[in-house]
Write a protein that binds this ligand. Sequence first.
Ligand code: ZN
Length: 346
Amino acid sequence: MNMTHAVVAHGPHDLRIDELAYKAPGIGEVLVRVAAGGICGSDLHYYHDGGFGDVRLKEPLTLGHEAAGFIAAVGEGVDASLQGRLVAINPSRPCQQCRYCLRGWQNHCTDMVFNGSAMRFPHAQGIFRQHLTVPLAQCVFPAAGVTAGEAALAEPFAVALHAVRQAGDVFGKRVLVTGAGPIGALTVLAARMAGAVSVTVTDVADFPLEKARLMGADATINVTRGDALEQAVAEHGGFDIAFEASGVPTAQVQALRALAPRGTLITIGLGQEATLPMALVCARELTVRGTFRFHEEFALAVSKLPEQREALGHVLTATLDYTWASEAFDLASDRNRALKVQLSFA
Ligand code: ZN
């Protein structure tokens, strides 16, 4: 039996390095020697709280869904010359048969297997492990010169690209992003790529705001100090599009109030329940729209890695060996010191 090491959540603040078996790649599969894995907000929820909302750990869960690595072996039907190639692993495996998949809404698949998620039971195990056997179909090949760390950013980048797509035409629009964590920062970049005329970012901490500035934000506002957001709204009559990336109810209301008539609020953060001022939605003819994961944007994100290298470099603030997983999760939880933290499995 082939054995590998994995970062497994057994409960709140109970992260263990477990030895798990892995299978040799079968038909259409590859064995990936994982190199880098990014810690996401949902991983942190499992780590701190054992889950979020109705999604709870019911069995040990190997965390992680942002990963890249090198093909170490191939199964039947896979080109052997792919061995050694770097791949970004798409963590979503939609059924491609349900009503939503057939409509092209694979991110809403009724039978989705999404790595590192406790949404279904048995849980879909994650990719924070040294060896991972996956279908080749879940592997996307970055251009030469892309690093494993960069390739592992494709997943959160895809989330941001899908969020911006949900907003419709962003060209020439004034954009607000509330919450400057990794997803907020990547949304700044994606909004810029889509042609936003200005991007303003709010947060309650200065460190992520500095990073947002480096990602292309024109203005950053720490909402714990003063009323700069209200002033900005008064000055130019509100934002056309607000991306809410914090999941915090006060930020959701703030984002909605900052919109110009016929503005659109895109909610990215899976946060707590919020009470929204629906009279404002009515009077200003606002649109409130959600965004969830991604589908075709994953390959798009991978293809954009080389040209966005400099900006993406600002998102990745630390890389720790996987044996330091608890320390890495604590660091990733500290918004004054870290944006995206990755684990190294090399
Ligand atoms: Zn489906």
